[in-house]
Unconditional design. Structure first.
Length: 418
């Protein structure tokens, strides 16, 4: 406690320099926090896909000028197309899906207030909580090959029900706080397992994806699966394929094209798309990295210079302490406490600045829970890296300062200024 009081008193004596350091830490660590978010998200995209990045391909429509023109085709043609995929040696498996939004019904039982607040998407104008859902057919569910406990997951019977019947579902790990296996949501969706903390495609034409911690998987009902309009839309916007190495993509592209269809379908490798997204955003982040590196360098220089100036001003005080038996490491410890107080205060101010600057983006990220480079957050991992940078700055500057302190002798100090 005495050392802390002495540190605060010393900082008051050099308050102008201390304020300048605080400003530097505030804006510097705020920039570091943004960069850490970006690179954390890029690492997440590279490693946490529930789909295999190498073998997964997305069916993507080309330019659409006159709509999909469903009336030009019929269900038999679409079914014949999928039959050809069944017999194609390059296709390991395939499946279809569509995105849904399940509104939670408070009339089916009380809902936790915290959950209600966290699941209400105010950015979309919703006033009620909802769960983002992926509705998948049986082929897609088998393609995912989820590693669940025995008895959990979907059965063939789940895919033979109609849309409004009770059905088993899988939900993200977020819901473990509020539900257990066997609980029913909305009186219809019985929880039969929890999803891994990964992400999945929720729109073949987008480069942002659905994180699964707050999501729900629903087996596609037979009436939806066999509905021509749904089938035609899923072909263009919700078909996923797992292909063998060296697959003939040009031939597969021709297979996917309905005769006379103005909308050309193409195949894009999911891993290539993710890696391109990562490369583009990493390149964009280079100026921020340079700024962050500059902040670290100038922070170390600033702390070293102000510390040396402080030592020179307090020569007599420090010389007397050394003469009375204080070790040079003890002097370093006292000065490190002073610098740590500035650093920690600056870190708190920087996080406050970050929360203010990115308030809208943080709220958007929390509500939609998308996996993307701009999924800004302040979770434990982000805070760990920010404070790791702060710790590194304090340690490097302390080591440099110690090289100066170790050369000091009491006799040369006691005659100095107070």
């Amino acid at each position: 406690m005495f050392r802390i009081q002495s540190a605060i008193a010393a900082l008051k004596n050099r308050w102008v320099i201390s304020i300048l350091l605080l400003i530097q830490f505030t804006y510097g660590l705020s920039t570091i926090t943004g960069s850490v978010n970006i690179f954390y998200n890029l690492s997440y995209l590279n490693t946490q896909s529930i789909l295999d990045l190498k073998s997964t391909y997305l069916v993507v429509p080309g330019k659409i000028t006159n709509g999909f023109q469903k009336e030009k085709f019929n269900q038999e043609q679409v079914e014949n197309l999928y039959t050809q995929l069944d017999h194609n040696p390059d296709v390991i498996s395939y499946g279809t899906y569509y995105e849904d939004n399940i509104m939670l019904d408070p009339g089916m039982g009380p809902l936790n207030n915290t959950m209600v607040a966290e699941l209400t998407k105010t950015n979309l104008g919703y006033n009620e909580p909802s769960i983002s859902a992926i509705v998948m057919d049986q082929n897609y569910y088998q393609l995912l090959d989820l590693k669940l406990e025995p008895g959990q997951g979907f059965s063939a019977e789940d895919f033979n029900k109609n849309r409004n019947e009770n059905v088993d579902v899988l939900v993200g790990s977020y819901f473990k706080k509020y539900y257990k296996i066997g609980d029913v949501i909305n009186g219809q969706y019985k929880i039969n397992g929890f999803l891994p903390d990964k992400y999945i495609v929720n729109n073949n034409t987008s480069n942002i994806y659905q994180k699964l911690d707050k999501a729900m998987f629903i087996p596609m009902s037979k009436d939806i699966y066999n509905d021509y309009n749904s089938m035609f839309t899923r072909l263009h916007l919700g078909t996923i394929l797992s292909l063998r190495d060296g697959a003939d993509l040009e031939k597969l592209t021709q297979t996917l094209r309905l005769p006379g269809n103005d909308v050309l379908l193409s195949l894009k490798n999911f891993g290539d798309e993710v890696r391109q997204n990562v490369r583009d955003n990493a390149f964009i982040e280079i100026p921020q990295l340079i700024l962050g590196a500059s902040f670290i360098i100038f922070s170390v220089i600033g702390i070293v210079v102000t510390t040396v100036v402080s030592i020179m001003i307090r020569k007599r005080e420090l010389g007397i302490k050394l003469a009375l038996g204080e070790s040079k490491l003890g002097i370093l410890g006292q000065i490190s406490i002073e610098n740590s107080i500035i650093g920690l205060t600056g870190a708190v101010l920087s996080l406050t600045h970050f929360l203010w600057k990115y308030n809208g983006l943080l709220r958007f990220s929390s509500e939609f829970n998308y996996a993307s480079p701009l999924d800004y957050k302040l979770n434990g991992t982000i805070l760990f890296f920010v404070f790791l940078v702060l710790f590194m700055i304090i340690m490097i500057s302390s080591c440099i300062v110690y090289l100066f302190i170790r050369r000091l002798e009491p006799k040369s100090l006691i005659g100095g200024m107070e």
